[in-house]
Design a binder for this molecule. Structure first.
Ligand code: PMP
Length: 431
């Protein structure tokens, strides 16, 4: 008898996700699209329903009992989710997701450049010729806001290239990041490659030149132990719906000195001290960045997701998904005519993107769906990275806590059948 307990009880986990028990086109659903959005356990759905049926009310205003309860639950959710990512509650700003959080930062820097904000905001002001640095593998959400900021301010947008094996070219980064670099924005984990980027090296390079670091943590917070304080970045963004939580909620996490000095982006109700017809004063962070009605029930649902992941243990979650990622990679490498994007034996999560020679990604996706396997096809909002690999589209399989080895094998068997089904020969030509 084995004395080693299973690291991770995926069968028990699956019981918490009723959506997984359905069939698609007569086959059991194999959901390998958690990189786009994860499924949600019943505890998350229940938390939202419970709040809406028991305590729903506007937060931070109103003197009635329900308003007080709702405010307490909302702030408890901030405490829970900020703890989950290794940050303090005052370092945690609710947003509608990662896209909103990254735009918040870019627009706030633009406002500082326009002379808005407290005197301390001047440290973020950009001058023409200042440099913003991203990587070639960014999701459009961590690319286009910086393009727009550069266009508005005269700053120059530069990028750290990706090597053929999918890793970042750190030697090139040393010369891309210069004394004029003001922001270095990069993903913790690429949503296409699944490779974990070298955060500490990039933070060190940015710090040397006094640049602000902005981490897109969309694909790391759901999949590995995430400690904002230990990572040493200035700001980080993530989305709830990819980490077993609800849609329409996410966060910007930022070091207090940075959030205190940044001017607000959205302005309006709930973020002010005094207001006259001519001007307004702003509350301290995080409220300064939370104008308007917040996604309250979603925030409470996200806290339930954080508790769920915490109970599983993020080290176990990471190991489970890393192993599945390796299983997918090794399986795909063995299939004729399949090219894996980012083939490096690097630290990774359970994401594998690939091209099938001679068959369009959309046809592959359709073929897999006919067998119950749900994957993402297209450019995954990372067009420059696809261009780097000479592609316009790829197929992406991505795992979550509920993914099993058997599901990966069903997926691999199905991929093996793609080229024979489409009559594509060894050279990529249709026979
Ligand atoms: N960054 C990365 C790495 C992502 O994977 C995504 C979602 N695909 C985003 C940013 C944007 O997240 P959202 O659409 O939830 O704002």
């Amino acid at each position: 008898m084995s004395t080693t307990a299973p690291v991770f009880d995926v069968t028990a986990v699956r019981g918490d996700f009723p959506i997984l028990s359905q069939t698609v086109h007569g086959s059991p659903l194999v959901y390998l699209d958690s990189g786009a959005t994860s499924q949600k356990p019943t505890s998350v759905l229940d938390a939202e329903i419970d709040f809406l049926t028991r305590a729903n009310s506007a937060v931070h205003r109103g003197a009635h009992t329900l308003a007080g309860e709702a405010t307490e639950l909302f702030e408890d959710a901030r405490a829970t989710v900020s703890r989950f990512v290794g940050a303090q509650p005052e370092e945690f700003v609710w947003t509608s997701g990662a896209t909103a959080a990254l735009n918040l930062v870019a627009y706030a820097i633009g406002n500082a450049t326009a002379g808005r904000g407290a005197p301390s905001s001047a440290r973020f002001a950009l001058a023409p010729g200042d440099e913003l640095v991203v990587t070639e593998s960014e999701h459009h959400a961590n690319l286009i806001p910086w393009q727009e900021l550069a266009a508005r301010t005269g700053a120059v947008l530069k990028h750290i290239p990706v090597r053929d094996d999918g890793t970042l070219d750190l030697e090139a980064a040393v010369s891309v990041i210069t004394g004029r670099t003001r922001v270095v924005a990069f993903s913790h984990v690429s949503n296409v490659l699944g490779i974990v980027n070298p955060v500490s090296e990039l933070v060190a390079l940015a710090r040397e030149v006094g640049a602000l670091t902005v981490l897109d943590a969309c694909q790391s917070v759901p999949h590995l132990p995430f400690d904002f304080a230990a990572l040493g970045v200035d700001l980080a963004a993530f989305s709830g719906h990819k980490m077993l939580g609800p849609y329409g909620v996410g966060a910007l996490v930022g070091r207090s000195d940075v959030l205190d000095a940044l001017p607000p982006f959205l302005t309006g109700g709930s973020m002010v001290t005094t207001v006259t017809l001519d001007e307004a004063g702003f509350l301290p962070a995080p409220q300064k960045f939370e104008a308007g009605t917040q996604p309250v029930s979603q925030a409470i649902g996200l806290a339930a997701a954080a508790r769920y992941l915490d109970a599983l243990g993020m080290a176990g979650v990471h190991e489970h998904e890393r192993r599945l990622g390796v299983r997918m990679m090794e399986g795909l490498r063995r299939i004729d005519g399949v090219r894996l994007l980012g083939d490096a034996d690097a630290e990774r999560i359970g994401i594998a993107s690939f091209d099938v020679d001679g068959v369009h990604a959309h046809d592959v996706g359709q073929f897999l769906d006919d067998r119950g396997v749900a994957v993402r096809v297209g450019h995954h909002c990372a067009k420059p990275l696809h261009a780097r690999f000479g592609l316009t589209a790829s197929v992406r399989a991505s795992t979550s806590v509920f993914t099993t080895d058997d599901e990966v094998d069903v997926f691999l068997d199905a991929v093996e059948g793609v080229r024979p089904f489409f009559g594509v020969g060894a050279t990529g030509g249709r026979s």
